[in-house]
Ligand binder design. Structure first.
Ligand SMILES: [Zn+2]
Length: 217
């Protein structure tokens, strides 16, 4: 029962512009709409990309209704109403943290690893031990090699190993996570560890090839 896209109509709850139905108990003039099949989950990558592409924060709302970034020059937005300016600035400033928090909640709801056999559990424990003793920390991007500004993040999402690599802006010490990551489909802990060894994230001693070589000695 998905309705076609109709210009100017948006879901009252999430802002979606297609698949809408009129809210059954909403006002008739003007009518309100909502997602016919329930609101979809927020597209966090899209929001991350919006925040990363926009002028750096913090943005501030001025009493004249203009919104300014730290850059001198043009205001990033203008509104007649100071209340609107306050919302635009606050939304920009809160967006990265909101996305991060939703990611954390989603990650917490997911299984932490593929179904593990007893030998896999030992391997997982060995990988965790290695990570902990080499300064890796749990961050909102998964495990990262260092504090939140590490260079590699390893997470688990939608049944895939997700690898983030941060970058440093040329001429600055400001290290940032990009808005993109690379996903590697894996079916087991062993496969995940082998992928991480191949990517030079984990040491070779944890790979199946190394373990097989040691075992056959
Ligand atoms: Zn919606």
């Amino acid at each position: 029962m998905t309705a076609p896209t109709e210009p100017g109509r948006v879901c009252r709850d999430c802002g979606a512009t297609s698949g809408l139905v009129m809210r059954p108990y909403g006002p008739l003039d003007p009518p309100e709409y909502e997602c016919a099949d329930g609101c979809p989950p927020l597209d966090l990558d899209a929001l991350d990309a919006l925040a990363a592409a926009a002028t750096d924060g913090p943005w501030t709302a001025h009493p004249d209704g203009l919104v300014w970034s730290p850059l001198i020059g043009d205001p990033v937005s203008g509104s007649v109403l100071p209340e609107d300016a306050a919302l635009i600035a606050a939304a920009r400033n809160a967006l990265p943290a909101l996305v991060a928090e939703v990611r954390q909640h989603r990650a917490a709801q997911q299984p932490t690893a593929p179904a593990a056999e007893p030998s896999d559990r030992q391997l997982l424990a060995a990988a965790h031990r290695w990570a902990r003793t080499h300064g890796w920390r749990v961050t909102w991007r998964g495990w990262a090699d260092g504090l939140s500004d590490g260079t590699v993040g390893v997470g688990w999402e939608h049944g895939e190993l997700r690898i983030w690599r941060s970058y440093t802006t040329p001429g600055s010490s400001d290290r940032r996570w990009p808005t993109w990551s690379t996903d590697y489909p894996v079916a087991s802990v062993r496969q995940a560890v082998d992928v991480l060894v191949a990517l030079d994230v984990l040491p070779a001693e944890l790979s199946s090839a190394y373990r097989a070589a040691v075992a056959s000695r």
